[in-house]
Design a protein around this ligand. Structure first.
Ligand code: ATP
Ligand code: MG
Length: 468
């Protein structure tokens, strides 16, 4: 998951939790407000009835119970909660809203009522579709009727349906709004995060396209985290540059120092072989010394060449690809018993340094020959602004696990065998460096037992103007 997606999701998650918490809090507040009002209304009705009762039961009978509420006055001849819960008290008076129905509490509520003098309860009145739920306030009262004082209870209730409907509607509206807010926030967060991460993406692109010899990045203005990151990266790049320079200097110095003794050894061995009488064994030994010294001389010059590869200046000129391939074929035809086949369009040109490109092809062909090839194909393809040259052989091939490393310095597939064949493992590293200096690329395909194909691309060139 990208950082961008993660931050966006995190923001959305946090917002979702906040909206949920806010929703629950608002719903709770609204619910307690609505119920408080309802309770106040029922309490007020209770107080009014008690005031009337204080004037005598007859006064209440005449004044009637609040018509908009579900109210009932019951007489309690027995104070037995279980019995009351079954049948209720003796109904003295009912408000019209109740009709034929009665307000009867549960046993536990009657217990509380008898003990504490009042209770809040929920009562369900049966109805056709579904029961009608009421919030009921019950209060013990004394009824003064015909000179006698009766113990009784006043119950008053109101349906909570409307109230619950209001709460439900609030919930729906809130959920819809919250969803919209969440969606908008998600879109906004996405674009804001994208904008905030843009400098990082730029940095990643720059770092990715950095050449082998990295250059410091331009430092952005300001003092934010990205600027700090770029500064840290530049510090690292500078240290890398210094290390690379030190390595290059060391390589150059070492190869220069080695060149003189190798030349001296070769000179003296040559002299001994040509000018002095030698026994057969002495001659054999000296031949070995000469071969090894020659190999060392090649190694030293390859090393020197590689160490300078960062500073090469290529002076590109248009080169006819067919000529280039034919020259390489000529060069190897004398020493090679197999066949070298050349296939290239007549009028195909590349831009490059002829000697360097010759070196590339010679290196690839000599590798093919060392791999026991009987046939080598040199082909060129015109791809518009690029030219691809392919050197294919039917040699022993290269196992796939070695392919990614072939262009590394001193890499050989089989150290002992390749050394025996006179290889030091620098050839392909030089080939790659030469092609990169030309703005080209090289890649390899191979099948063990069938052969290997190295292909490289170069910028193409227009044919040179005909000489006048
Ligand atoms: N055409 C090929 N077929 C099979 N193996 C190859 C081929 N080309 C390269 N290789 C393998 O890749 C290794 C590296 O090649 P590279 O040209 O870099 O070094 P080298 O030929 O051993 O030495 P140098 O070129 O420095 O004399 C070789 O040692 C060889 O094992
Ligand atoms: Mg080679």
């Amino acid at each position: 998951m990208t950082l961008r997606t993660r931050i966006t999701l995190l923001t959305a998650g946090l917002l979702l939790v906040t909206l949920l918490l806010l929703g629950f809090a608002l719903e709770g507040l609204l619910r307690s407000f609505l119920y408080r009002n309802l309770r106040a209304e029922l309490l007020e009705a209770g107080n009014q009835v008690v005031r009337l009762l204080n004037l005598g039961g007859q006064a209440l009978l005449e004044a009637g119970l609040p018509p908009s509420l579900y109210a009932e006055v019951q007489l309690l001849p027995e104070e037995d909660p279980a019995l009351l819960a079954k049948e209720g008290g003796i109904s003295l008076q009912k408000s019209p809203a109740l009709g034929s129905q009665r307000l009867v509490l549960k046993e536990r509520e009657y217990e509380t009522l008898l003990k504490e003098g009042e209770v809040w309860a929920e009562v369900e009145l049966p109805r056709e579709d579904r029961p009608l739920r009421l919030l009921v306030y019950a209060r013990k009262v004394e009824v003064n009727l015909a000179g006698a004082v009766w113990k009784g209870v006043f119950l008053v209730g109101k349906p909570t349906e409307d109230l619950e409907a209001t709460l439900e509607q609030f919930g729906r509206i809130y959920a819809g709004t919250a969803l919209l807010v969440l969606l908008l926030a998600l879109l906004l967060a996405r674009s804001l995060v994208a904008r905030a991460l843009e400098p990082l993406e730029w940095l990643a692109r720059r770092a990715e396209s950095m050449p082998d010899r990295p250059e410091p990045l331009p430092e952005p203005e300001g003092n934010d985290e990205v600027a700090a990151l770029v500064r840290a990266l530049n510090g690292m790049i500078t240290r890398m540059q210094k290390a690379l320079e030190a390595q290059t200097r060391f390589l150059q110095d070492a190869s220069h120092e080695l060149r003189t003794p190798v030349t001296a050894i070769l000179g003296h061995v040559g002299y001994l072989l040509r000018r002095t009488p030698l026994t057969e064994t002495q001659r054999e030994s000296l031949e070995i010394v000469r071969r090894e010294a020659e190999r060392m001389g090649k190694l030293v010059s390859d090393l020197l060449e590689l160490s300078q590869s960062g500073t090469w200046r290529i002076e590109p000129v248009p080169i006819r690809v067919l000529d280039l391939l034919e020259e390489v074929k000529e060069e190897f035809a004398r020493s090679f018993e197999g066949e070298i086949l050349v296939e290239a369009p007549e009028e195909l040109y590349v831009r490059g340094d002829p000697d360097r490109l010759h070196q590339v092809l010679a290196n690839l062909v000599s590798n093919a020959l060392k791999a026991g090839a009987k046939r080598v194909w040199l082909r060129a393809f015109d791809l518009g602004d690029r030219v691809v040259v392919r050197v294919e052989d039917d040699g022993e091939g290269i196992p796939p696990e070695h392919l990614p490393h072939l262009f590394e310095r001193f890499y050989r597939v089989d150290k002992a065998r390749d050394r025996e064949r006179g290889g030091s493992g620098l050839g392909l590293a030089i080939v790659k460096a030469i092609l990169e200096a030309h703005g080209g690329e090289i890649w390899v395909e191979s099948q063990v037992g069938q052969g290997t194909a190295f292909s490289f691309s170069l910028p193409s060139a227009a044919p040179p103007p005909p000489p006048r």
